[in-house]
Design a protein around this ligand. Structure first.
Ligand SMILES: CC(C)(COP(=O)(O)OP(=O)(O)OC[C@H]1O[C@@H](n2cnc3c(N)ncnc32)[C@H](O)[C@@H]1OP(=O)(O)O)[C@@H](O)C(=O)NCCC(=O)NCCS
Length: 295
C-alpha cells in the first residue's frame, strides 16, 4: 500500500468513518487511491481498496463533492480516481432485468421493500451513486458518483450524470440533463443545491453551480461558457458558471458579432428572485412524495 501522502485539506478525509465492519481511515484510503491511480497493474489488495471506496460512495458515507468549512464546494478528486479505477476492476457481464438483458461492468443499485426511496420502473441508478431517503426516482438514470438529496424528485427521462450533486427537496423536471464529469479528472461536478427547481428539459453541464432555491425555467441551458445576465436591475450584470440563490432564470439570447455577421447566441437571463407566483408554479406536491400512497 502507498505510504501516506499529504492530501488536500478536505473536511471529508479528516474524519474517520465508522461502518459496520471497521473504522476506516479516509486519509489513508485517499492516499492509497492516489497511489494506486499511478500504477499500471492493480494488485488484489489495490482492488479491495478501490471497491471499498465505491462501497462507501454507494452508502453515502463519502461524496465526490461537498461544502468545506467555508461553505465552498470542493471536489474530492481521489474519489473520482477511485471511480475510474473501479471500471478497471470490473469485468463486462450480462445483467438481467426480467426479460431484458444488458452487457456492462457496473451493477445497478438494488431496491428492497424497506428502501426509503421510491423507484418507479424503469428508473436506473448505478451502484456507486447515492440516493437519500425520501427521494423519488421516476424513470430516469443516475450515474456512478452522483448524489441525490433527501426528498428530491427526479422526474421522467432526467439524466443525473456521473458525480453530479443534487441537493435536498429539489424538483428536477422531466428530461433534464445534468452533465457528468469523470473526465477530465480536474473537472468539477455539476451542483444543484437544496430547494432548486429545474424546469423541463433544462441542461446544466461543466461544473455549473445552481445555488439554493434557484428556479431554472424550462429549456434553460447552462455550460461554463454560457453568459448568465442578471437583467433584474437597471444595469445588466454578467455572470458565468453560477446561478445565485433564489434567482429565477429563463432562456435568452443576445447578439454577438462574428466575422460572418451578427447572430443571436444562447444566454440565460436572471429576471428576478423567486416570488409567491413563482412558488405557485413550482411548488412541490407532497402527495407525490409520500410513500405507500399510490398516485
Ligand atoms: C420560470 C417560470 C417558473 C416562471 O417564473 P415566474 O417567476 O413565475 O415568472 P413570471 O411568469 O412572473 O414571468 C415574468 C416575465 O418573464 C417571462 N417569462 C417567464 N418565464 C419565461 C420563459 N420560460 N420563457 C420566456 N419568458 C418567460 C414572462 O412572460 C414574464 O414577462 P412579462 O413580465 O412581460 O409578462 C416558468 O416560466 C417556467 O419555466 N416553469 C417551468 C415549468 C416546468 O418546466 N414544469 C415542469 C413540470 S414537470
Amino acid at each position: 500500500m502507498a505510504k501516506k501522502t499529504k492530501v488536500a485539506t478536505q473536511s471529508l478525509i479528516k474524519r474517520k468513518i465508522k461502518n459496520s465492519e471497521s473504522h476506516i481511515n479516509l486519509v489513508s484510503l485517499a492516499a492509497d487511491i492516489n497511489h494506486i491511480f499511478t500504477q499500471n497493474k492493480l494488485s488484489a489488495a489495490d482492488q479491495t481498496r478501490v471497491k471499498k471506496t465505491i462501497q462507501l460512495l454507494d452508502l453515502g458515507q463519502i461524496r465526490v463533492a461537498e461544502k468545506n468549512a467555508d461553505q465552498v464546494w470542493q471536489t474530492n478528486e481521489w474519489i473520482k480516481k477511485a471511480i475510474l479505477l473501479y471500471f478497471r476492476t470490473q469485468e463486462m457481464k450480462v445483467i438481467h432485468a426480467g426479460d431484458l438483458q444488458f452487457f456492462d461492468k457496473i451493477p445497478t443499485k438494488k431496491w428492497a421493500k424497506d428502501s426509503k426511496v421510491r423507484v418507479v420502473p424503469h428508473a436506473i441508478a448505478r451502484y456507486g451513486s447515492h440516493i437519500e431517503n425520501g427521494a423519488v426516482l421516476m424513470p430516469s438514470y443516475i450515474n456512478i458518483g452522483a448524489r441525490v438529496g433527501e426528498g428530491t424528485m427526479i422526474d421522467t427521462w432526467t439524466t443525473v450524470g456521473s458525480c453530479a450533486q443534487v441537493g435536498a427537496h429539489c424538483h428536477i423536471s422531466g428530461g433534464v440533463g445534468l452533465g457528468g464529469v469523470l473526465e477530465p479528472l480536474q473537472a468539477t461536478p455539476v451542483i444543484v443545491e437544496d430547494y432548486a427547481f429545474l424546469g423541463s428539459r433544462v441542461i446544466v453541464v461543466e461544473g455549473v453551480i445552481v445555488r439554493e432555491g434557484a428556479v431554472l425555467g424550462a429549456g434553460v441551458t447552462l455550460t461554463s461558457s454560457t453568459k448568465i445576465i442578471d437583467v433584474s436591475e437597471s444595469q445588466p450584470r454578467e455572470l458565468k458558471g453560477e446561478i445565485p440563490k433564489n434567482s429565477v432564470v429563463i432562456p435568452g439570447s443576445q447578439f454577438k458579432k462574428f466575422p460572418a455577421g451578427e447572430y443571436a447566441v444562447n444566454c440565460a437571463l436572471i429576471i428576478g428572485k423567486r416570488k409567491e407566483s413563482t412558488d405557485k408554479k413550482t411548488s412541490l406536491n407532497a402527495t407525490l412524495r409520500e410513500f405507500n400512497i399510490s398516485v
